[in-house]
Design a protein. Structure first.
Length: 405
């Protein structure tokens, strides 16, 4: 139906152009004189250009999207350069270019224009660029651009959707701080260990399969040759500082702060030398086993770049239904923006069975605890669950304050 309407509209424009041309010619023939013929000859180039434009294929314009890099952090600036190449020097009176931005990035701030009018004339190669001031977190895929060209009379307008693919990954913003593993909790407050996490590499107690992050010197060559699989030595750990993070993905205005603090915590733990795992339940349940090394950091950051805060399952339900936590004794860290009584109860049950539990409550800048939250914090401490308030923009204060006690 749409195709038929377009054909009818194009045919009508041809008829209209012919009628206008015939009208000016008839006026010149019957009226005579310089003015009438000047009017006809002045209109003739426009009509010829309209006819030529109607047969000019916009598909011959080759579009290339140039992105300076593929990886960014949230809040950074992106400059997009669009390059146009064509084989024919057909004069284009104007060319409207509109970048079809991904839905994930349309709300970002622009200091340039994603829609612009160019006047390429007979140029075979030209370009333009625009800037996005603050990139939002996520994976953003650019696919197409819309081109529109027309004549000065506005009779003929051609439109073409062209491919100009590109992809960038915007990782969550993070804050550098020193992670100090919690040792214990006393009536006077919290204490934190300043000892760097390490294994006692002088005493091997067994062998196991190689895992990313293992050192080259840990490889057991005899066991590797015997089993034809890379095996590494299993050392006695002086003290387990393995961490497992659970991030709350329910909708909340502070969700970006939750993601940013989780990314900062992941980076700090791995930089300290400990191993870390993570679980999120959003559109789907995604779990990462406890591991260390740069590869683990890249995997977790890539997941944090894509995760969305649209879960219908609150964090306490995840604690109740997921049985992964009963398999090992680690330090559990829960990151959320909502402190509720059911969450405190489930966290207390988790801590009584396996490892210690620390709950980080994310708050906006200058936002303070409510009376209800203070009461829940006292109840959590009675159950052996640490609850620490974290304000956006001041992530580093959490461990520095604890370490100073």
């Amino acid at each position: 139906m749409r195709k038929t309407l377009r054909l009818v509209s194009r045919a009508w424009k041809f008829v209209l152009l012919f009628l206008l041309l015939l009208l000016t010619f008839s006026y010149a023939m019957f009226q005579g004189g310089f003015v009438s013929w000047f009017l006809f000859y002045s209109f003739l180039p426009f009509s010829i250009y309209c006819l030529a434009l109607s047969f000019y294929p916009l598909s011959e314009i080759e579009i290339t999207r140039i992105l300076p890099q593929k990886d960014y952090n949230a809040g950074e600036k992106l400059t997009v350069t669009i390059q146009f190449k064509r084989l024919k020097g057909f004069p284009l009176f104007y060319l409207i270019v509109e970048d079809d931005l991904p839905e994930t990035i349309k709300n970002g701030r622009h200091s340039g224009a994603a829609r612009i009018v160019l006047f390429p004339s007979v140029k075979k190669q030209f370009f333009y660029e625009y800037t996005m001031d603050e990139l939002p977190r996520g994976e953003h895929v650019f696919r197409t651009m819309v081109l529109k060209a027309g004549d000065p009379l506005g009779l003929f307008e051609k439109e073409k959707t062209a491919k100009a693919e590109g992809k960038i990954v915007v990782y969550p913003a993070f804050t550098e701080f020193l992670y100090r593993p919690f040792e214990s909790q006393y009536d006077q407050g919290l204490t934190a260990s300043r000892e760097r996490v390490q294994r006692d590499t002088t005493m091997a107690v067994g062998v196991r399969d190689y895992q990313p992050g293992d050192r080259f010197s840990w490889i057991n060559w005899k066991a590797t040759a015997k089993r034809n699989v890379i095996m590494t030595k299993e050392f006695e750990q002086r003290k387990s500082h393995d961490v497992f993070i659970m991030m709350d993905c329910v909708p909340d205005q502070r969700f970006e702060g939750v993601v940013s603090f989780t990314a900062s915590l992941v980076r700090a733990v791995l930089k300290r030398g400990a191993q870390i795992g993570m679980l999120t339940v959003s559109n789907e349940r995604v779990s990462f086993p406890i591991r260390g090394g740069e590869h683990q950091l890249q995997q977790l950051f890539l997941h944090l770049a894509k995760v969305e805060g649209n879960s219908v399952i609150p964090l306490e339900k995840v604690l109740e239904t997921d049985r992964f936590f009963t398999q090992q004794s680690v330090s559990f860290m829960l990151v959320t923006a909502k402190l509720t009584k059911p969450l405190v109860e489930k966290a207390g049950i988790l801590g009584s069975h396996k490892g210690s539990v620390t709950l980080f409550l994310i708050k906006s800048q200058m936002e303070m605890l409510t009376a209800q939250e203070r009461a829940l914090m006292a109840a959590a401490n009675a159950r052996g669950v640490r609850v620490l308030m974290v304000q956006e923009g001041n992530f580093a204060a959490v461990f520095s304050e604890v370490g100073a006690r």
